[in-house]
Design a protein around this ligand. Structure first.
Ligand SMILES: Cc1cc2nc3c(=O)[nH]c(=O)nc-3n(C[C@H](O)[C@H](O)[C@H](O)COP(=O)(O)O)c2cc1C
Length: 185
């Protein structure tokens, strides 16, 4: 069975509506492992051994988070520094190389509307542009970058709109290819 790993980085998941609805939908995927990273590492001290093993065991990797200040929540950066640095700069052959070809999907929610993320809009840059550092990370780690799954207007969205986003998220996850065996060889 294809193993999908969803790492959730939400600094305040207790107050979440959008990410919670998305995760509830994703939980219906067969072979899914969902990890609430903030709950697991409230002090930011990441167990690198455990997180490396999780990534190596997964067939496809999802990073889910609310956009904060045009970027990721701080724990996601901490995870990159602790886990990816070890895998790709310290133990590449034993660890990092094992991720080659696995798809990486970024699933992000944003409070503002999509039109704000245009050259004329309040946020000037598109979400695709703002997510470039993660796309560069995927490229550096030989992960297969998938078209990001984005939910705009996430704070104002009513329950029906969030449910629809959740259903679409589940269908995106179902269609996400498994690791490209040729790339991993
Ligand atoms: C500290 C902070 C910074 C935020 N920065 C942004 C931002 O840069 N752009 C944006 O569209 N929304 C921003 N938001 C709104 C969140 O993205 C939004 O509340 C979240 O995606 C809703 O998802 P949730 O219901 O799972 O919390 C910010 C929220 C917080 C708390």
């Amino acid at each position: 069975m294809t193993k999908t790993l969803i790492l959730l980085f939400h600094p305040d998941f207790a107050g979440s509506r959008a990410n919670r609805t998305l995760l509830d939908a994703a939980a219906r995927l067969s072979g899914v492992e969902i990890v609430d990273m903030q709950a697991l590492y409230p002090d930011g001290r990441i167990d690198a051994d455990a997180e490396v093993a999780r990534l190596v065991a997964a067939d496809r990797i999802v990073l889910q988070f609310p956009v904060q200040w045009y970027s990721t929540p701080p724990l996601l950066k901490t995870w990159q520094d602790a886990v990816l640095t070890r895998m790709f700069y310290i133990a590449y052959e034993a660890e990092g190389a094992k991720l080659a070809g696995k798809p990486l999907l970024v699933a992000a929610t944003a409070g503002n509307v999509e039109t704000a993320y245009t050259p004329e809009g309040a946020n000037r840059f598109s979400m695709r542009e703002l997510l470039r550092p993660l796309e560069a990370t995927a490229h550096r780690c030989a992960l297969a970058w998938a078209e990001p799954f984005l939910v705009y207007d996430a704070r104002r969205a009513d329950a029906e709109a969030l449910e629809a986003a959740g259903a679409y998220y589940l269908s995106r996850l179902n269609r996400l290819p498994a690791a490209d065996a040729r790339a991993a060889a």
